[in-house]
Design a protein around this ligand. Structure first.
Ligand code: SF4
Length: 351
């Protein structure tokens, strides 16, 4: 029954696939870069980043010899910075131990930073046609519908999903087959309103037969946390004070303005006083509210209240605390929330 499933799906893909820059190459390095960028980021956002990245670091050698600050700068705005740090670390290892060539052995690849089962499967199957299955959110949803599996689309489904994939994985053209499954999930078997009428694998689909395609997988309500934070813009002779975040944890190594989360029961002013004391060891002298910036992350949304501040004592500079002119902000990799603040500051008279 499933004999023609891979050919039906792959034929559809070859005719209907989107024209994306990373689909024009078989260079394992470029495919790897695109796969890392596409994790947790939409295709439309990744295109410009990918093209810029490949211009700046056309080969793995160019990436490995670039300073980390340049690499982080190229990534700025894509978020989830561990992805780029692992990419950078893995590039070093590949240069030193594998002459800059991505090995074909899945075990070896899995030992590199940032290579989980998904990335290993996608890069090796697309670049080298190695028969490995891949499961991402699109693939999981498509297979759950094909098999009419109950439950929400989480990793608990993956044993069953993978068992099915192993049954239908073709001996050749695995890269196209894997991409076809993902493309089907993105364009046809979408999370909301799947377009079953144009689906190339409708005749194999149990959810379609049972009329359950809209209710498989079940959905779970996302809990989004609201965070309030204060940000201090401290200016001296046309320079602004910024600091580098610690090298582990959320947004590690990125640069930002001083400030932080407002604790329960605290006013914005009290939070500013506490943050400047804790982070910089100085006392707040004056503060004036400038504007608010909202920024959305996957698990929370944050409201940043931005204040023009002055401090009682002079601020000390070192490797992780700097005075930076407006035009030099672009040299410092920053989280998207801080980049939004700079955009707003541009149109504000506080320049
Ligand atoms: Fe998805 Fe509908 Fe195709 Fe089934 S028939 S795989 S539900 S698009």
């Amino acid at each position: 029954m499933l004999k023609n499933f891979p050919t039906d799906l792959t034929h559809w893909y070859l005719k209907n696939k989107r024209d994306l820059p990373w689909r024009k190459t078989k260079d394992p390095y470029k495919i790897w870069v695109s796969e890392i960028m596409l994790q947790q980021t939409t295709v439309s956002t990744v295109i410009a980043y990918y093209e810029r990245w490949i211009k700046t670091f056309p080969t793995i050698h160019d990436l490995a010899k670039a300073p980390i600050q340049t690499v982080l700068k190229q990534w700025q705005g894509l978020g989830y910075y561990n992805r780029v740090k692992n990419l950078y670390k893995a590039a070093f290892i590949l240069i030193n131990e594998h002459k800059g060539i991505l090995p074909k052995d899945p075990q070896l690849i899995r030992s590199l930073p940032g290579f989980g089962p998904y990335t290993t499967g996608s890069v090796l199957s697309i670049a080298y046609d190695i028969p490995l299955t891949i499961i991402d959110a699109n693939v999981r949803r498509v297979v759950m519908r094909l098999l009419a599996l109950n439950g929400i689309a989480d990793t608990k489904q993956d044993l069953k999903v993978n068992k099915f994939l192993l049954k239908v994985l073709p001996a050749r053209g695995v890269g196209d087959f894997n991409q076809a499954l993902m493309e089907l999930g993105a364009l046809v078997c979408r999370a909301k309103e799947p377009v079953c009428t144009v689906c190339p694998v409708r005749k194999y689909c149990e959810a379609y037969k049972q009329g359950k395609q809209e209710i498989i997988p079940q959905t779970k309500k996302k809990v989004i946390k609201d965070i309030q934070a204060v940000i201090a813009i401290i200016k001296k002779n046309d320079h602004y004070f910024i600091q580098q975040r610690p090298s582990t944890g959320l947004l590690a190594d990125l640069w930002e303005f001083p400030g932080g989360k407002i604790e329960a029961g605290e006013s914005k002013k009290e939070a500013l006083v506490r943050e400047l004391k804790e982070e910089l060891g100085v006392q707040l002298k004056s503060s004036k509210h400038l504007f608010d910036v909202k920024h959305f992350y996957t698990q929370f949304r944050v409201n940043l209240s931005v204040f023009a501040c002055s401090t009682v004592a002079e601020l000390k500079t070192d490797d992780t605390h700097q005075w930076v002119s407006f035009k030099n902000f672009s040299k410092y990799p920053m989280p998207s929330g801080s980049a939004k603040i700079i955009e707003k500051l541009k149109f504000f008279l506080y320049k």
